[in-house]
Design a protein around this ligand. Structure first.
Ligand code: V1P
Ligand code: CA
Ligand code: ZN
Length: 391
């Protein structure tokens, strides 16, 4: 890899599994696993594969997944097929009890459908995150990447927000076997509730989520400023709620001072970053207005601390935007500048609307509800909470 702006090189390892691209949440669903294959095709066409070691690994085992998830829930996911679910009866009833196939309150969308090949899918994305964690733990890599991971809503015994198995919790648990303190940073537009809950009482894991917190936005009632962790984990859960229309400038004015303070007070030995692309401008679910540069600047900022770094995917529902973003962030991880013109490759057509450029323009007409006063007050409130850890 090339030299980085901070003068240091990074050894990057990268996970990709083509079979994940074929997973189908359903025609009307917003989660499109093909976006990971689109990112991979861009990464390949930019020649970035030559700058990284490939992680070739096996799917996560039932035992590995059961380190966090409930045995009965694992049993249900393992045996669930669309046919078995469709036949109704006991299987469908149990699945709905775990929030799989349950019709949401709007009566139309099913957030967590019983997709074909569900268990294989979960094992593959979780296997990638575990292998990435192991590559950091062994010292083989400085940065490890799995864009198919980052499923931050999954709970111990139920699915939530398109997430069935929480690969992030599994990866953090793996890192805790080798590092004293692990920091989790989540820039997906949604609150990282599954990860926060799993470690809410831990003094060895700090979770930080930046997210949209507006009336009715998923997941409701989570991620408020005053949610700071419990028991031994008090002040080790950090929440940065934002209103609609957040732009690069406001995001940076929150992200950099908060993360600098987090690094100073918590002094993690490893960092896990969920890079959900639904905080980008023009997302189908999120209402923020970040450019690819603004999003990737957060990745570059965390990388600059020179602490073992695990990069994961997450949300991202305008698939050309998210694929471009994750390709760009792979280049940031390596420390290589890449051209804005997208090389000709198999998914070319998807980038026509952005003029075949990696960077697309943000929405200049979108109102930013995050006033300067709001940003300053939020930043100060978070920094005040973090000061409690200094004593
Ligand atoms: O708001 C909900 C339902 C209503 N409540 C009872 C739950 N679901 C959201 C879920 C968003 C999940 C985001 C996942 C991630 O953080 C990580 C991968 O990005 C939801 C929304 C929405 N507008 O918030 N589901 C859907 N839209 C949906 C749309 C089409 C088809 C299926 C689901
Ligand atoms: Ca978040
Ligand atoms: Zn999201």
């Amino acid at each position: 890899s090339q030299s980085c702006p901070d003068g240091a090189k990074r050894r990057v390892c990268y996970y990709n599994d083509r079979l994940i691209a074929g997973v189908d949440y359903g025609e009307d669903h917003v989660m499109v696993p093909r976006r990971v294959d689109m990112a991979h095709a861009l990464i390949r066409s930019y020649g970035l594969l030559g700058d990284m070691a490939r992680l070739r690994t096996r799917p996560a085992t039932d035992a590995e997944i059961s380190r966090f998830h409930d045995g009965r829930y694992v049993g249900l996911l393992r045996n669930l097929t669309p046919e078995g679910f469709g036949a109704g009866g006991e299987v469908a009833r149990r699945a709905r009890g775990c929030n799989v196939g349950a019709v949401s309150t709007d009566g139309r969308s099913v957030d967590n459908p019983p997709v074909a090949g569900l268990w294989d899918y979960c094992q593959r994305y979780a296997g990638g995150s575990l292998a990435a964690a192991r590559a950091l733990a062994s010292g083989e890599a400085d940065v490890a990447v799995n864009w198919s991971g980052g499923m931050h809503h999954a709970c111990r015994d139920r699915a939530s927000g398109f997430c069935y198995v929480n690969d992030i919790v599994l990866a953090i648990d793996e890192l805790l076997g080798h590092f004293r303190r692990v920091l989790y940073v989540d820039i997906d537009v949604h609150h990282g509730d599954g990860v926060e809950t799993a470690f809410v009482e831990s003094n060895r894991v700090m979770t930080v989520s930046f997210h949209q917190r507006t009336e009715g936005f998923f997941p409701e009632r989570r991620g408020l400023l005053e949610h700071v962790g419990e028991g031994d984990g008090r002040h080790r859960a950090v929440n940065v709620p934002m209103k609609k229309g957040m732009d690069d400038d406001g995001y940076r004015r929150l992200f950099e001072p908060i993360m600098s303070k987090v690094m100073a007070v918590f002094q993690p030995e490893a960092i896990v970053m969920q890079c959900g692309g639904d905080s980008l401008s023009g997302d189908r679910l999120g209402h923020q207005n970040l450019s690819i540069d603004g999003h990737a600047r957060c990745v570059g900022f965390m990388r600059s601390f020179n602490t073992p770094l695990l990069l994961l995917g997450g949300g991202g529902y305008t698939i050309n935007h998210v694929a471009a973003c994750w390709c760009y962030e792979t280049a940031v991880a390596i420390g290589k500048e890449i051209d804005d013109n997208i090389p000709s490759h198999c998914y070319d057509d998807y980038y026509r609307s952005q003029g075949y450029k990696l960077r697309y323009p943000v929405d200049k007409s979108l109102k930013n509800d995050n006033t300067e006063t709001y940003v300053t007050r939020t930043k100060c409130a978070v920094l005040r909470n973090l000061c409690e850890l200094e004593a």
